[in-house]
Structure formats: C-alpha cells, structure tokens
Write a protein that binds this ligand. Structure first.
Ligand code: ZN
Length: 204
C-alpha cells in the first residue's frame, strides 16, 4: 500500500473527525450503561482533555477523551476509542497509517518518519508493539481466528487488507473500529504513570 494512500489531509477532513467522535460517543454511552466494573456504581462523565498530536490544526480546539468516574468508589473508566489509541500522543488514525506503512514495508522507518513528522525512535517502538506486545494479548489470540492470518504476515497489514471499504481510508477507519478493544484501559489518576508513549495498551 503506497504511502500516498493516507495523506495527512485525511485528518484535515472535519467530517472524518466528527464521525470518529460520534463512534467514541456511542461506545462511551454503551460503557456508561454498564456501570462501574468494580462496584456496579453509577458512572459520571469525567472527560479529560487530550492534545491531539498530528491532527489538522483547525480541529485541535477542545478535544476530550470520553471517561467516567464512579459515584461510589471513584474509580475511573475510560472506554475504547477510535480517536486515541491508548496513551499515545498521536491520534489513532495517524498511529495506524504510519504503522501500516512501516509494517507493510512500503517505506523504511526513516522515510515514514519524514512523511509523518514522527521521530524514527517512536516508529520503531510502535513497530515493536505490533510485533511483540499485540500478538501476545488475550484479545488478539481470541480474535485472530476471525481473520485467518498467515503466520508470517503482520496482523495489522492483514487486517486492513481484509476490511471492506472502497478506499484505503475507509479500510483504515473500519480497522480502527475493529481494534477498539486495544485502545481503552488507560487509567489516569491512579498515581504515577510511566511516560505515555512507553505504555503498552493494557488488556483484561
Ligand atoms: Zn465503583
């Protein structure tokens, strides 16, 4: 897949970002209706601001991630998201598109780094996450049967290839929805946190 398939301008489109926010809102509603996973208490909205790195400047205004706080035990619940992949600074579509480029071999890390304006060291860390952490997750082991991934192919590349969609962009956006189980579980307010970019997405 060529790196021209995902120009940065795909995110300059307010319609796409609004669509992603709508998906996040629906997922947040669903999660809220389930109540607190610790005590069953009611969840109150406690959205928190995120700096959406790599998002078009016109869209960077007041961007918040959906999150809840339990009215009883005060635990925080952060639902999965198609806008933010865990604690990573860059917005999820950029994270995915850049990873696809380096995992699919359409560009070396240094080239991808120039194209996306993301440090090569960050891209290598992301690549390691896809190669080592992601395949070991329980959610992936459970879901990989749906895709019948050939053993030597990178899961993300196979996933995007198999997604329905007329354009690379729509395939990428559908992949984001499929990958939602890997994007949540980033708790904040639980004491000291390691640097955001080094935290693999925690999974139940
Ligand atoms: Zn609770």
């Amino acid at each position: 897949m060529s790196h021209n398939s995902f120009p940065g301008s795909m995110l300059s489109c307010a319609r796409v970002w609004a669509l992603l926010e709508k998906i996040d809102a629906a997922e947040a509603d669903r999660r809220r209706s389930e109540g607190c996973e610790h005590c069953g208490g009611r969840l109150h909205g406690a959205r928190y601001p995120r700096k959406p790195h790599a998002l078009a400047s016109a869209l960077r205004g007041d961007v918040r991630r959906f999150s809840f706080c339990c009215s009883e035990c005060r635990s925080r619940t952060t639902p999965p998201s198609v806008r933010f992949f865990g604690r990573r600074y860059r917005v999820a579509p950029v994270f995915l598109a850049a990873c696809l480029m380096i995992l699919g071999g359409s560009a070396p890390v240094e080239t991808a780094s120039r194209i996306w304006g993301i440090p090569a060291v960050t891209l290598r860390r992301w690549r390691r996450w896809w190669r080592e952490t992601f395949p070991a997750t329980a959610a992936w082991r459970w879901k990989r049967g749906e895709l019948a991934v050939p053993p030597d192919d990178p899961p993300l590349v196979v996933l995007v290839r198999l997604m329905r969609g007329r354009s690379p962009r729509s395939k990428l956006l559908r992949s984001l929805v499929w990958l939602m189980p890997w994007t949540g579980s980033c708790r904040i307010g639980d004491g000291l946190s390691p640097p955001a970019e080094s935290v693999p997405v925690a999974l139940a």
